[in-house]
Ligand binder design. Structure first.
Ligand SMILES: [Mg+2]
Length: 268
């Protein structure tokens, strides 16, 4: 997504190009899949078979809505769901990585592009005191709310009918492109390079959209890295396999050395 040409400093360049780090959330920032983790509140009897059977026909987001409705019907409160989410472990080393990126906010912009939902993500970031890393405008996910009956409701982030690699409720590649365009238009920010960090098959769409000068950081042992390796020529970006936040911290610190920031000097 970044130009392959070396950047030419000019006085019209209001700010130096930063590095965009786009994070998936489940199995990336959070060690668990939050949508699966919340099922712990179902108790030993689990999900009724008639709801489980609807997974395919409903699609994932509406299926999650049915699970949350069932939890509500069982008397589980939104506070109980929040308390459980706050016990969701982060991926090891991820807090150190995120605090480092936040300290270096003049170098890195961070966004989350996730098929979880806004409440789960917010509760976890808030509890781990990482909410400052991600302004609300940089979290792209399915909007969630607590309705008047204390039941959690999740809506689609948007409606996707064109990208076959993505779910109907969220095309991560489109979101990434829209973020980059918006930053260029509104903030005069052109990224030098883009890093997408993820694990799952729904991270494959942004992976194929990245340019040769970008990076796809795919977690070892998960499906994204297998999919990329099936046809390496389909993804132009450099592949960065990772296991934990320390691997990613080493990578971004090296990247920082590769991309020293241009600071305009006024000639007098
Ligand atoms: Mg994931």
């Amino acid at each position: 997504m970044a130009s392959s040409k070396p950047s030419t400093p000019s006085l019209s360049q209001h700010r130096p190009g930063k590095i965009l780090i786009a994070f998936d959330f489940d199995h990336t920032i959070a060690e668990e899949n939050t949508d699966v983790f919340v099922r712990r509140l179902l108790g030993p009897e689990g999900l009724p078979a008639e709801i489980e059977a609807q997974q395919r026909s409903l699609g994932w987001t509406k299926f999650m809505g049915a699970i949350l409705q069932h939890l509500h019907d069982k008397g589980i409160t939104s506070n109980q769901i929040r308390d459980l989410m706050q016990r969701t472990p982060l991926t090891p080393g991820m807090d150190v990585l995120l605090r480092y990126l936040h300290e270096k906010h003049h170098v890195f912009d961070c966004v989350i592009i996730s098929d979880a939902n806004s409440l789960f993500i917010w509760w976890i970031l808030h509890f781990t005191k990482l909410e400052g890393v991600f302004p609300l405008s940089s979290i792209y996910t399915n909007p969630a709310r607590i309705d008047d009956t204390d039941c959690l409701r999740i809506d689609f982030y948007h409606h996707n009918s064109t990208c076959k690699l993505s779910a109907p409720n969220l095309c991560k590649g489109r979101v990434l492109q829209e973020h980059i365009s918006r930053m260029k238009r509104e903030e005069n920010q052109e990224y030098r390079t883009v890093v997408f960090i993820g694990d799952g098959l729904n991270d494959y769409c942004p992976a194929v959209q990245l340019a040769e000068t970008d990076y796809i950081a795919a977690r070892k042992g998960y499906k994204l890295i297998e999919k990329i390796k099936e046809d390496r020529s389909a993804v132009e970006a450099s592949l960065v396999p990772w296991t934990n936040g320390k691997d990613l911290l080493d990578f971004v610190q090296n990247l920082e050395k590769t991309f020293p920031l241009y600071v305009p000097q006024l000639v007098t």
